[in-house]
Design a binder for this molecule. Structure first.
Ligand SMILES: [Fe+2]
Ligand SMILES: [Fe+2]
Length: 407
């Protein structure tokens, strides 16, 4: 089926420019162009779209208002802002409802790439209900103590960039959100950023302050009691896998950027669990209970119950937010890397191995319950089996040190 894409801009010349630029894609996409938010909503009501691309500054209903309505009434659509640089303060109003931002003028290649990726994302998650819940997520909830700390630090006039970066890089939700913002084409950076300290520096203290204290881009996890779910444990696991992925990438002497990407993928790898805990707590509680009773991996039971697992769910949201492809890929396949057909010494491999080995080390055993989680065929294909003992040592040491593997 053709993907349906809706473009909204009050300037007819902008729309005709887009129409011309994207003509070559008319066999793949059904494209509809409209000049107002009101018409956009009417068109949505007739038949929903997979992706909406909207201007910000428009008379009557502006882009932020339009996206808020679409989020509420048609939450499955991927929402992209395409607007001018002068609209910075408007952009801040939509940081929660837009998945991605592009800036005008936008070259054809970027626009095509971003829309193609957004439109194909829906195939990651088959379950319509789950897809809806995920596309609706505006933030990934943060560890409450870290959330309290960052708001406190930002309110103080002596806040330092270093301190802010440190707090953000310890939290999965804040890290994901800050990288979503900085990687949006709106900031026009030539390549994807995967290091929090760099992202924070690029955004600057004032913008971060506005984003957090005014626009509310971070949110504390609400302590609803889900039987079997422990946010602190998930936090420890996420940090541990991030540190292991970083340590392994470093051990392989990969360049700094590759190390950063591996570390980010490791840290975010179970982001889907946060989504499930925040958005579908009851179902998630039941799934965890069943996995425990039957002694099976969580993702298998998720697959059975929801036709999708936390791996695809996390990947779907991070993909919608425009995080780098290599990170999204690592999330998608972290339990079964062989399914990826990505055979390289990169983020997926480090995340998969870090996940399995950090758990093994965590259990305090010498050998190593987590070894059964390793996809041996994949490791053999990449020629890793012979260095695996060394990797086990590295991960065990990192976990013993409490997951810290900073600069
Ligand atoms: Fe997982
Ligand atoms: Fe995990």
């Amino acid at each position: 089926m053709k993907k349906r894409i809706l473009f909204v801009d009050d300037e007819p010349e902008v729309l005709s420019g887009l129409r011309r630029m994207l003509r070559g894609l008319r066999h793949e996409w059904e494209m509809v162009f409209t000049e107002s938010g009101k018409q956009a909503l009417d068109l949505f009501a007739e038949a929903p779209f997979d992706v909406v691309v909207t201007d910000m500054r428009m008379p009557e209903m502006n882009g932020a208002q339009l996206l808020a309505r679409i989020t509420r009434d048609f939450p499955r659509a991927i929402r992209i802002v395409l607007s001018g640089y002068s609209d910075q303060d408007m952009i801040l109003k939509s940081v929660c409802t837009a998945h991605q931002y592009l800036s005008k003028p936008c070259d054809a290649e970027t626009l095509k790439a971003v829309i193609t990726r957004a439109a194909s994302l829906r195939e990651t998650v088959y379950n319509e209900k789950v897809r809806e819940v995920v596309a609706k997520m505006e933030t990934l909830p943060s560890v409450p103590t870290l959330y309290a700390r960052i708001t406190e630090v930002l309110q103080s006039p002596q806040a330092s960039m270093q301190e802010i970066g440190d707090i953000i890089s310890q939290d999965v939700g804040m890290t994901a959100k800050i990288l979503q913002l900085v990687n949006s084409a709106f900031f026009g950076l030539p390549r994807k950023i995967t290091r929090v300290s760099q992202a924070a520096g690029l955004l600057g203290l004032d913008t971060i302050r506005t984003l957090v204290l005014t626009a509310g881009v971070f949110k504390a996890f609400e302590q609803v009691k889900i039987p079997g779910f422990d946010l602190d444990r998930l936090w420890g696991h996420s940090m541990g896998v991030g540190a292991c992925a970083r340590g392994l990438a470093r051990h392989q002497a990969l360049p700094r950027e590759a190390v950063d990407t591996a570390s980010l993928a490791g840290m975010l790898h179970d982001a889907g669990k946060l989504v499930l805990a925040a958005a579908l707590p009851e179902a998630f509680g039941e799934i965890m209970e069943r996995a425990r009773q039957e002694g099976r991996p969580l993702w298998e039971v998720e697959q059975e119950t929801l036709q999708t697992s936390h791996a695809e769910i996390g990947a779907y949201l991070m993909g919608a937010w425009g995080l780098p492809d290599a990170v999204v890929e690592a999330l998608t396949f972290h339990h079964q890397p062989m399914k990826s057909h990505v055979y390289e010494i990169g983020p997926l491999l480090f995340t998969h191995v870090g996940d399995a080995l950090s758990r093994a080390a965590d259990m305090g055993a010498d050998d190593i319950g987590g070894n059964r989680l390793l996809d041996r065929a994949y490791l053999e294909k990449l020629n890793i089996m012979k260095i695996l003992p060394k990797w086990q040592e590295i991960c065990a040491e990192i976990v013993t040190r409490g997951g810290e593997d900073h600069e």
